[in-house]
Design a binder for this molecule. Structure first.
Ligand SMILES: Nc1ncnc2c1ncn2[C@@H]1O[C@H](COP(=O)(O)OP(=O)(O)OP(=O)(O)O)[C@@H](O)[C@H]1O
Ligand SMILES: [Mg+2]
Length: 628
């Protein structure tokens, strides 16, 4: 079984190398040409050295004087060979380096682009640490053997040349070559087979270690507040220890095989000397020929190891490649359609859900997926505000994701202005609908960059207008460098409510025609929240400002009361719909829920004031999650 998988690894590894050659054929050709030049010069140097010894040194010893002309000629030949050899090395190294790093860059780009194409469901199933290592160490591992590959290919050519020149010299010496070279090759293959499982294990552990590290940094707040530092450190240390053991076992194997690979050609030299002396006595070969062949075996020892380097790295390459391919071959991306909505249309959009059913994919394929939404039907008419209200887990965020096509329904349709969102182009979708998510995300960049996101046509005036609508102009103006203040991870930290308002301004700056607010102002003072919504609604009536229909996930009475219609959701189904006043009077569950939220709101306001006026000294993104 083990040998079968390792044979497999050899075949698959060669296939990966083949792919690399097909992708970079020209650079590869340059590198191999350099390597073949080097190899030919190695053989040539052996023959020149042999000739110098046989035709210059030996006669000189016999005569007691050196032929200056012959010596000069030999010196010139050796110098010329050295120059060509260096040229070969330069060509090979440059070519191999270019090839390796170009492939790495190309595949890093492909992997990260794929991440953005793959649906959220795929991301939910894959840990961030794994994604990081796929784009980093797995891509590196996949193309690791590219560095010695041209050297190895050139060496193979050289070995064929060496055997041919051995046959041209003497059949007995050729037999020594025929015994040694295949033995070297076999030893290399055995080496790579032994290496396969060790390298695969090390590569898997590299990903796991980076995954754990990522998790503990990400959850630093939880780890610290729960006093789990020791356990977390141990968890990391355990896995790091396993990785160390795996790498030590790789090194041990290398330690055993490397000397053997080096010794074989030396044994070859010894055999050549024994057989050669015998043949010399018989008069079958000359001194020059014997010296050439012996020298050839000595200089071959080093390049032959290049084959070993490639074979030894193949298992790691295959392991890395498999992990990269898992990303590249992953399916489920949601291709965009080709219907475009008029980008200049200033009217608010109409959103319609018709019999939408949805369920998240189960974590493992064999588990049944549960239904999250069942036959949800509602409309957000152009310019109107619709509030989604329901207990936690009812499916509000899921509806918000469907509305901006982060996910597609299992059945039923979601349509913007009557067009199924699956038929819309990427630009139409992004230009029409904007989601402000439940958990705000701020990039480690300036306030301006966080709002414009490099989208064209958003000037500072638009940024300030968006900030005003989001009730964020006040605190941004008070920041030390205004729009140029760096916020996010390493910049000034913002409070939860400030982050929420920045992400809202980001959505507004794109002048969406449909705004989906998923609990987007929960950390903001209720009065400010109501003011924001009121501002958005009245701006819809004002022709100069962005006009948007609004779907808002809300809890607070003041906010809900502003909506034209309320959709009340329970366990993924629309239970009731109507105005806030109607629902309060007719749906007991609704009244209970709204009252409960209101009570919680009062309690919270007494415990801890909202952060709209004062920025707490130690605000961080995690604070919001703790709030929830
Ligand atoms: N990525 C996911 N994978 C599997 N199930 C999920 C996923 N996200 C949500 N769910 C499930 O779908 C259901 C609806 O979740 P959703 O986030 O839409 O609720 P919600 O109404 O927004 O709740 P909340 O008020 O707490 O934000 C829940 O039962 C939840 O467990
Ligand atoms: Mg939610």
């Amino acid at each position: 079984m083990a040998s079968r998988t390792s044979r497999d690894v050899l075949g698959r590894g060669l296939a990966v190398l083949g792919r690399a050659i097909r992708e970079q054929p020209r650079i590869f050709a340059v590198a191999v040409a350099g390597s073949v030049l080097f190899g030919s010069m190695v053989i040539a140097s052996a023959y020149v050295v042999g000739t110098v010894v046989g035709d210059v040194v030996v006669p000189a010893i016999a005569r007691g004087s050196v032929g200056v002309g012959t010596l000069a000629l030999a010196a010139t030949a050796l110098f010329g060979i050295s120059v060509l050899r260096v040229a070969g090395i330069v060509g090979r190294r440059l070519g191999a380096g270019y090839m390796q790093y170009r492939l790495q860059a190309a595949y890093r780009r492909r992997v990260t682009r794929r991440y953005l194409e793959l649906p959220l469901a795929w991301h939910h199933r894959n840990a961030t640490g794994t994604l990081l290592s796929n784009a980093n160490s797995d891509v590196e591992a996949a193309w690791y053997p590219i560095a010695p590959l041209p050297f190895a290919v050139g060496t193979l050519v050289m070995l064929v040349g060496a055997v041919a020149s051995l046959f041209a010299t003497d059949w007995a010496l050729a037999l020594v070559g025929l015994a040694v070279f295949p033995a070297l090759f076999t030893l290399n293959v055995v080496y790579s087979r032994r290496m396969a499982p060790r390298q695969a294990r090390a590569q898997r552990l590299r990903a796991e270690v980076s995954g754990i590290a990522h998790e503990s940094f990400d959850g630093a707040l939880v780890v610290k507040t729960m006093g789990r530092e020791a356990q977390e450190t141990r968890r990391f240390a355990d896995r790091a220890g396993e990785l160390r053991d795996a790498l030590v076992s790789v090194g041990r194997l290398r330690g055993v095989f490397d000397p053997m690979l080096e010794t074989l050609p030396s044994l070859g030299t010894l055999a050549v000397l024994v057989v050669g002396t015998f043949r010399l006595r018989q008069g079958a070969i000359s001194v020059a020929e014997l010296v050439s062949v012996a020298f050839l075996f000595t200089v071959l020892a080093f390049p032959v190891r290049a084959i070993g380097w490639v074979l030894a790295e193949l298992p790691r390459s295959v392991a890395g490649w498999d992990r990269v391919r898992r990303v590249l071959d992953a399916t489920g991306e949601m291709p965009y359609g080709d219907t475009a909505l008029d980008p200049a249309d200033p009217r608010p959009a109409t959103l319609t859900f018709t019999d939408v059913c949805f369920g998240y994919e189960p974590a493992e394929a064999h588990l049944p997926g549960t239904e999250v939404l069942g036959e949800v039907t509602f409309t957000v008419p152009a310019g109107k505000t619709v509030a989604l209200v329901g207990p936690t887990g009812a499916g509000k965020s899921t509806i918000a994701s469907l509305a901006v096509r982060l996910v597609d329904p299992r059945s039923g349709t979601v349509a913007l202005d009557g067009v199924d969102v699956r038929r819309l182009t990427a630009a139409s979708l992004a230009g029409t609908a904007a989601l402000v998510a439940q958990v705000p995300f701020i990039f480690d960049d300036t306030v301006r960059a966080n709002i414009t996101l490099d989208r064209p046509g958003i000037g500072d005036d638009d940024v300030w207008a968006a900030l005003r609508l989001a009730e964020a102009d006040g605190f941004v103006a008070a920041l030390p460098e205004g729009l140029d203040t760096r916020v996010g991870e390493r910049g000034t930290s913002l409070s939860g409510g400030q982050r929420q308002r920045l992400t809202l301004a980001r959505a507004l700056a794109g002048r969406p025609r449909l705004l989906v607010l998923d609990d987007a102002t929960s950390a903001v003072d209720p009065r400010v929240e109501a003011a924001i919504l009121a501002g958005l609604r009245s701006s819809a009536a004002d022709a100069s400002a962005p006009a948007a229909s609004i779907l808002v996930v809300a809890y607070r009475r003041a906010t809900i009361a502003l909506a034209d219609e309320v959709i009340y959701l329970e366990q993924g189904r629309v239970v009731a719909r109507g105005t806030h006043t109607d629902l309060l009077a007719t749906v007991p569950g609704y009244a209970d829920l709204v009252t409960a939220y209101e009570q919680a709101e009062v309690d919270r306001a007494q415990e801890r004031p909202y952060d709209d006026e004062v920025t707490p000294p130690l605000a961080s993104g995690l604070e919001i999650e703790v709030d929830r």
